[in-house]
Design a binder for this molecule. Sequence first.
Ligand code: GLU
Length: 478
Amino acid sequence: MTVRVRFAPSPTGYLHIGGARTALYSYLFAKAHGGKYILRVEDTDLERSKKEFEQSQIADLKWLGIEHDEGPDCGGEFGPYRQSERMQMYKDIAWDFVERGLAYPCFLTMDELEVLTEKANSEKKAPHAYHGKFRDLPLKEAKDKIELGEEYVIRFKNPGKKLTFTDLVRGEVTFPEDMVGDFVILRANGMPVYNFCCVIDDHKMKMTHVFRADEHLNNTCRQLMIYEALGVSTDELPKFGHVSLLVGEDRQKLSKRHGATSVNQYKEEGYLSEALANYLCLLGWSHPDETDIFDVNELGELFNYDRFSKSPAMYDISKLKFFNEQWLRKLDDSVIADGFSSHIKSDHQFHQQSSEWKNNFCALMKEKVQLFSDINEFLPIFFSAAPDKDEQYTEAISWETTPQIREYLGAEVAKVSEEFITEEQVTEWMNYLKKELKIKGKPLFMGTRVCLTGRAHGPDLKKVVSLTPINIIKERLS
Ligand code: GLU
């Protein structure tokens, strides 16, 4: 049997980090088993669903390297892959359930529902205890009411059985018989609900495995009932894996107040897709070799559900930055140069430098940044004559040896006619300061640094100087 796994996003917003993780797990699982990964768009909420969100979610999934085998944009054997294009089928099945006595039209108004829920609450019963008022109304009478234009929903007749299934992540899960009542499958506006469409599609699209977020666990209770009504036997059910909750550092469910939560924000901020996919993969799953930095596309058969964790996974942006840093350092200098370029304002002097300069610059700076955009913090070291007068700079400037260094370097730099000073020249000048002016240790190193770079800290001094345009250095020494 071919393994078939789907990711079923609702196009009501941008691709969320949590959704991307579910998609990645589904994709990796399908690939590990030589199966198919399917994208199904759950757009039954017509008001909130937008084409632009569908497109941006697909683009972000592809950016992460998650390519589907079947989906709304490329078709496939079990299409259409947009639920809005499958409406008639859901409605027909809902009415078929009604005809077979598995569901029924319910005419409770919102006000009546409220009263019944309150009654149940006051009697300490489940809120849905009285939702079944119309469950035994003869179908003929129900149809007459519909004919007369009465508003109705279709409710599924909960058979009231204890349900048990084995989750790939959580092990055996049991739902008590009264966990849900007779639940709605078709709303008053004629729209089918998620739990209903999802099961019909997972069944018709022949899904063998369903991975989704932990918060859907209770939905599985309703879904198991729908499977039974569809005549799907227990051994034909897809295997479910409810992956652990994503939480922020305060252990609360990940939300916008924890920072960027959509994939496109990370893409725009210049994160590398390989790093984000690598980090997401480890939020709730661990590599059998206990390694952290790996290419998700090379996992192959190593990706399996026995390494999923049940406990909530903490989403930590600083850890993601660390992953990005590791991935960035692996890139060729020319790729890094392009990455930096795209995050530096187009009129910046950086862009006018030669490709040799850019390669040397990247070789030096790739060790210093976590993200391409971090380069902007470092550019003034190379391109701004104005000093960064922090405490240590002010201290170094006040040493009695520093004016001597400045005077000597000023004279030497004035003799340079090339566009850049070489590392060898800096070495020679420092040797002179040491031998002839007897300046050593911190006063020599820090003194030379503040005079030539205008700051007390920075990457390798000689390399920085060799990459700084001479006019900037002259200005600093003037
Ligand atoms: N459309 C649902 C969601 O985005 C899908 C849940 C599922 O995978 O079953 O949460």
